[in-house]
Write a new protein. Structure first.
Length: 296
């Protein structure tokens, strides 16, 4: 069973080119399922897995407190895994073929309004140690809607200051070009000319953003930086890196940007993922109508 999982993960990496995070998440789901099959049902071969058995595993996972979203990820992992096993002749039938994906409640993403974004950015003291770097980080997260992993991996050779474009690698190792706003470019220029050179060490790479020791910033460190400045800004809101991405998309839509263009900038494979921001904007419109219309 574990050899089959290893082969499948190699397939995701080499033939599908999917991200390391996706590979690890899928591997974790499949290993837990294999362990459950062996420990609870004494099954050591995926050929013996049946639809009722998969249903029992999912039901037990739900009773253990897993959310519908987490169970959906498990179902997706099992479906593509058994499809792979059938295609390779490892099993003769797919027990998950008739398995439906669980319905999950979709929550509207939180966002900051434009004044709150201004307050957050303006609260960053650029004369403080690493202040120029931190301001450039938050400016770029909001100006370009980058995922936190895309920001940590952004490299000098992929940033064109004249064209105001940054090339990033998103999910599934897909490359895309993202515009960078004027103010973000100014913040990046200040950091790159004045602060980054002081951070460079012998083993530093070409990542745009470096740590105090000259290494690549981790996603956890970016999270800490955003939370730190959110506290100092005085905003009574839970602010985190992805909130700036949500705000980026919502503000673009609210100011008339085409949904397809926003999809391209965010790197969404499916337009339905981007469409959630139309609901956020409708919610804002209703709030404005309720507040200002005399007969609302």
């Amino acid at each position: 069973m574990y050899d089959s999982i290893d082969s499948f993960i190699r397939y995701l990496a080499v033939e599908r080119g999917l991200s390391e995070n996706y590979q690890l998440s899928t591997q974790r789901s499949l290993l837990k399922f294999a362990h459950w099959c062996h420990s609870r049902r004494k099954i050591d071969n995926f050929s013996a897995v049946t639809l009722p058995l998969v249903g029992d595993y999912l039901a037990e996972s739900k009773r253990a407190g897993l959310s519908a979203a987490s169970i959906k990820l498990i179902v997706v992992a099992l479906k593509i895994f058994f499809r792979f096993l059938v295609s390779r002749g490892i099993v003769t039938r797919d027990p998950t073929d008739a398995l439906a994906l669980p319905r999950i409640e979709r929550y509207l993403p939180e966002t900051l309004n434009e004044l709150q974004v201004e307050q957050l950015i303006d609260s960053i003291e650029t004369k403080a140690p690493l202040g120029l770097r931190d301001r450039a980080i938050i400016e770029l997260l909001y100006a370009s809607g980058l995922r936190i992993s895309e920001l940590t991996n952004a490299r000098l050779e992929n940033f064109n200051a004249e064209e105001r474009i940054v090339r990033v690698t998103g999910k599934g190792n897909k490359m895309r070009l993202v515009p960078v706003g004027r103010r973000a470019c100014e913040a990046l220029a200040a950091y790159l000319s004045s602060e980054r050179p002081t951070l460079v060490k012998r083993r530093s790479g070409s990542e745009i953003f470096l740590s105090a020791r000259g290494g690549k910033l981790t996603t956890a460190r970016i999270w800490q930086i955003v939370k730190k400045h959110a506290r100092h800004s005085g905003l009574e809101k839970n602010i985190y890196p992805h909130l700036l991405r949500h705000s980026f998309a919502t503000h673009l839509l609210g100011n008339g940007a085409d949904l397809r263009i926003i999809q391209e900038m965010l790197g969404h494979a499916d337009i339905s993922t981007t469409q959630i921001y139309t609901h956020v904007d409708q919610q804002r419109l209703k709030a404005v109508h309720h507040q200002f219309h005399p007969r609302a």
